[in-house]
Design a protein around this ligand. Sequence first.
Ligand code: IPE
Ligand code: IPE
Ligand code: MG
Length: 234
Amino acid sequence: MDKQNIPQHIAIIMDGNGRWAKRRLLPRAAGHKAGVASLKAVLKACAELGVKYLTVYAFSTENWGRPREEVDFLMNLFAQSIDREIDELVKSGVRLQFLGRIHKFSDQLQTKMREAMEKTKDGERITLNVMVNYGGRAELVDAANDIIINSPHLNVGNITETLISEHLYTKGMPDPDLLIRTANEMRVSNFLLWQIAYAEIYVTETLWPDFRKKELAAAIEGYQKRERRFGKLQ
Ligand code: IPE
Ligand code: IPE
Ligand code: MG
């Protein structure tokens, strides 16, 4: 791996928890639980490699359509993982952000998420964006509404790419260089629609609970072999 060419920002669609559990004849919940361990391992590896932003898809605006039992399990898992990991995150310099329409969650979970963001806000080693109740389309709608609230007297021509970027949940961060999707699905599923305009996409058959440091290294090595052109000729 070329240590001089590490992506600054990696985004991951963490997929395949259910299939991982099914293969082991376990309930889907077991797959989600194992997925948390993968996230810990990948976050640590990213920090060690010098990746500055890691953005992971944890719950989509469409995931409300899953059985009530699974949704409830995921909400509890978020709360429990915050409680278990917060001290370690602070210690290791991680700035944790929960991005998405978090006001739709229970008051208790919202408070936990906001407290976790507050406690880790000075983390300088790496930013971990956990996208929850996140949809790329919802984010763009929220950005448009936010623009009107902040500048009700805008004129035609005032809307620029910079202005829109500055109103996304990811404001102030560089766009992802590398988008990883596990479990072999060749789709974007409403993730970071604006920000992945020029991301390199890496899809692997590995299921998220099996994706650890070694698989991350393979994804980065794959990325390093790509020629990024941004529409231009070399
Ligand atoms: C990803 O794994 C986790 C979430 C969407 C919360 P899935 O639960 O989608 O697992 P599969 O796709 O059914 O295997
Ligand atoms: C995308 O995975 C959402 C998350 C990883 C949180 P899904 O499993 O929900 O996506 P689809 O349904 O396969 O497109
Ligand atoms: Mg899935």
